[in-house]
Design a protein around this ligand. Sequence first.
Ligand code: TRP
Ligand code: ZN
Length: 482
Amino acid sequence: MPARRPAPLKIPLAAASVLVASLCIAPAAHAAPGNPGTPRYGPGTAGVGDPYFPLAGNGGIDVLHYDLDLDYTPPAAGAPLTGELQGVATIDLVATQDLRSFNLDLRGLTATQVVVGGKAMAFSQDDQELVVSPRPKLKAGAQTEVVVTYGGTTTRPEDIEGALYGWVTTADGAMVVNEPDGASTWFPANDHPTDKASYSFEITVPEGLVAVANGLLQGSETSAGRTTWLWDAPDPMAAYLATATVGDFALSQYTAANGTPIIDALDDDLTADNLATTEASLALTGEMLTFFEERYGPYPFIAYGAIVDDDSVGYALETQTRSFFSRVAREGTVAHELSHQWMGNHVSPERWSDIWLNEGWATYSEWLWSEDRGRATAEESFQEVLAIPADDEFWETVVRDPGPFGIFSGAVYDRGAATLHALRGEIGDDAFFALAKTWVTEFGGGTASTDDFIALSESVSGQQLDAFFDVWLAAPTKPVSW
Ligand code: TRP
Ligand code: ZN
């Protein structure tokens, strides 16, 4: 689905070509030399142009829907942590330019067949990219169905900082969490938040195991010792938020006070302590939904719930409609991941440099929840951040551009949240909470940037805030006079 961006300025054709000429940029699909009117079909680029992850996503395509048919066998008891995954991904996409070839992101698994519009096509594959050459070539605006058959051995992939992510093989299944660019370790994807799509899943695993994906459970069928789990996730979703976690899970379902169906999946092998903590925290889900609806507007998706695995990737993730927790779900983290459904999932970062809009809001949401429960107030949490000495390297991170190795740094979370609290002080409670809701209605379903946030803050408050945001988001120093 196209990310919802403000409509581009409509410039009359003549004026547009003057603009193009003066900028010395070739028009996207110009006529071949000496052959006016013949469109030139180019290759789609290997990335969407995100400087932090240059190969993430792909140019020239807009995915509408992924139907992922997966067959997975986890390691045998006591064997090394590798599994066998076979997949058929049926991808409905639209060409956004005339294409002689386009890419999908795919890593560590081998494609064996690619069918476009019902016919087998030529393709090639390197470490990160699957390159498909459709014939006939795709015309801009054409919608087509791409079916990729692929598979291989799953491992425990790591992101550039060395954190586990993607399809992480476990003793009883797999933990599947993809932020920022790990979706390509388990399906051929346009792996960037600027291309959201709906998803459906058919995941076949050995009988006795449960496969948990996003959205609503449609049913399960068992035959010949294998069970197929069917999930439907119709809300637009970035690839990093998809999951197909497999394990010894117990599923439970109920309806929250706001009407949202909740499906939780708790690993049978959690320790007694972790199970007790997890159950107490998840029992607050309904109250938290209501709490964040009051502040950010209606819950944006058809379902919610948690997955708690007995293995660990070292962090929790706000997988869309079904947050993932490693070993235990603690109350603050449950609030954090739930708030991400509005802040991060419904409104997603335009570029990975915009990550503070996810983590700042989710951390601030923890502060707000804590205050509401009679623990530390948001002001006290803010003062704790301000208590970090000015010469601490914490203040060196440029929050609006932390670099690809800094997207999960402490400053992105805590200075990000402090920025929001300081902004609230600057513009007042009424403007601040109006801003939160407007942010979600204005950009929900798509992506937004830091500049979008600054512009909306200024328009909602009627204040000029450039200097404020420079100090909080751009300066590699501790803000003074707060
Ligand atoms: N987005 C996750 C959260 O804050 C955090 C996350 C994803 C993360 N990948 C990570 C944290 C790697 C540390 C390392 O909920
Ligand atoms: Zn977070």
